[in-house]
Design a protein around this ligand. Sequence first.
Ligand code: ADP
Length: 260
Amino acid sequence: MSAVSVEILKKIYNNGVSSQSSVTALENFRLEIKRGEFTCIVGPSGCGKTTLLNLIGGLDKNFEGVISVNGVSPQRSSAVGYMFQSPRLMPWLNVGQNVGLVVDKEPNKDKKIKELLSEMELDKFINAYPKSLSGGMRRRAALARAFITEPDLLLLDEPFLSLDVPVANRLRKMLLNLCKRRSATAVFVTHDLREAIYLGDRLVFMSGTPGRVVLDLLVDLPSQRLPEDPDVERFRHNLLEQHPRLLAGLIEDTESVGNT
Ligand code: ADP
């Protein structure tokens, strides 16, 4: 059984009474994701990446098609963690309280919070408030919060956007460690090809409006790779050489090229 099975015939946003004001965000979008797989969804702005995550996470039920997470509908699947572009920490709660918010009633929550904050190298900041933290520290707190429910599935929407390269790389490494240690399945949305190749076991490229899969490939590189490894750059270079029209900065071609 796939960890995530997606068959979206159509996802339309209706913005008004006339059909002209509706947007078909996704059409004929199919994806099967294996348990423990780290899948990066790559595509230009507006191609439907966030829409896809919202549907997989069950935040939006309004579409034609079928999605299942661990064999049940997204709404019935409890073990899903999220991380968004902005860390979305509550300013009036300290780091420990923010991380523990979703497990408030669990008896062993304090132990879990401490363990995760120590893994994120944030244990000294458990009583600090978000406004006193750097951007990278806030994202680390958000990462801890995403893992506190011990999710089987992580949905991540460009979580390291607009961070300095070393800060982002540190967070990427932490994320990979968290996922591998817990055998979590991850769906990670990005438009940064290098980031996708560094993180992903698999890359799924989307075309824009309506969004659909135009390229789906495995990253056959050693799993312990580093962002600066020449392998990562070589992989990127070969991909761009093989699919110049598809990946000329943005994915704009609608021609399906299938698996490579
Ligand atoms: P991405 O995450 O790839 O940037 P989105 O999923 O946010 O793309 O958007 C896909 C398309 O759906 C875009 O054309 C966008 O304008 C439209 N869209 C997204 N959310 C809404 C909404 N709530 N109402 C109307 N249109 C939307």
